[in-house]
Design a protein around this ligand. Structure first.
Ligand code: SF4
Length: 277
């Protein structure tokens, strides 16, 4: 080729341009064929990748959801499940002291948070009578019924029934004292009832004397006033039940002592004790 040969230079320039066009076309095909990160569907499965734009971020985040479901907070046992647990536990115990220890360890309802201690029942009951209150009114004396009301019940037992208080049982249907002496709820009464039921079974009491309408209704499964409940002997399955006034009511209204004495005489008749007329 001569130093200046326009036709040759023009031909060479044309070949160079052609090579450049081919190179660029080849490079463009490679970019178009490069792999694209797979998109994930809502169930985590790979789906066909869109040819151009990247998938939206919300689609990529979907597979996290199943892990969150696996980490959910455990569901606490229901009232029915807790009730079944207490029933099963109480049924296996055949000693009143062990039963009391088991109740002391019970945390099945919120009353365990406010109690100082569960209140021990008076569980001698050799005379066969068990007085029943709904819930303990004090913890300091470790008895379901303390203070003046407890003293009055002792007077009824000693002066009227001619028994020693230690010969009678005194139990509470709810084992833990509610805060501020509020009435226990229906759920608390029901949940705690297997402890008292087992106490009564082991005591083998011949007659139960619930003190006050709440205890009588809980024991009999009724919802009636005391004037309807008292004055006669109920004979449900199990020992007979003779409801009467709570000693607190007798302290507030001494005129109730006479009808209360009639109720106590009914209970004494069931026990075979002389009623004095
Ligand atoms: S009140 Fe009864 S059920 Fe509730 S914590 Fe006390 S013993 Fe358990």
């Amino acid at each position: 080729m001569t130093p200046h040969d326009p036709p040759s230079e023009l031909a060479e320039l044309s070949r160079a341009l052609s090579r450049e066009v081919q190179r660029r076309e080849w490079h463009g095909q490679r970019q178009a064929a490069a792999p694209v990160a797979p998109a994930l569907g809502a169930d985590g499965a790979q789906t066909a990748a869109p040819a151009a734009a990247a998938p939206p971020a919300v689609q990529v985040s979907q597979p996290v959801q199943p892990e969150k479901r696996d980490q959910k907070t455990p569901v606490p046992p229901s009232l029915e499940e807790r009730l079944a647990q207490i029933q099963a536990q109480a049924a296996q115990i055949s000693d009143l002291t062990q039963l009391q220890a088991a109740a002391e360890a019970c945390t099945a309802c919120v009353l365990c948070n406010s109690r100082q201690k569960t209140v021990a029942p008076r569980i001698n009951g050799s005379a066969g009578v068990a007085f029943v209150v709904l819930a303990p009114a004090e913890e300091a004396r470790n008895t379901p019924l303390g203070g003046p009301a407890g003293d009055l019940l002792d007077k009824i037992v000693t002066g009227g029934m001619k028994l020693k208080p230690a010969q009678t049982a005194l139990i509470s249907l709810v084992q833990c004292r509610p805060p501020q002496d509020r009435p226990p709820t229906a759920d608390e009464i029901r949940l705690c009832s297997p402890w008292a039921q087992r106490q009564l079974e082991l005591l083998q009491a011949k007659v139960l004397v619930p003190l006050g309408a709440p205890a009588a209704n809980a024991l009999l499964g009724k919802n009636q006033g005391l004037e309807t409940l008292r004055g006669h002997i109920h004979r449900p399955e199990g020992p007979p039940v003779v409801p009467t006034y709570h000693p607190q009511d007798l302290l507030a209204n001494p005129q109730l002592k006479a009808p209360c004495w009639k109720d106590i005489q009914l209970a004494m008749g069931e026990l075979g004790l002389p009623t004095g007329g």
